[in-house]
Design a protein around this ligand. Structure first.
Ligand code: ZN
Length: 61
């Protein structure tokens, strides 16, 4: 299991499968966190799934 040094959250559009980087923000505790994009830049859908959930989604679990 390898971790990317840049731990950027990524989100997949459920409609066109375009991948988007999360929007970085700082939490109240000073940790870095990411928000999903408001909507898909490709098709305008707001149905964006975190990529770690997308893997489960695709494997039919
Ligand atoms: Zn899309």
């Amino acid at each position: 299991m390898s971790h990317s040094p840049e731990d950027v959250a990524r989100y997949v559009c459920n409609d066109c499968q375009l991948i988007h980087a999360g929007t970085p923000r700082r939490t109240a505790t000073g940790k870095r966190s990411f928000d999903p994009p408001e909507d898909c830049g490709g098709c305008g859908s707001d149905d964006l799934i975190a990529i770690q959930n997308w893997v489960h989604h695709q494997s039919g679990d």
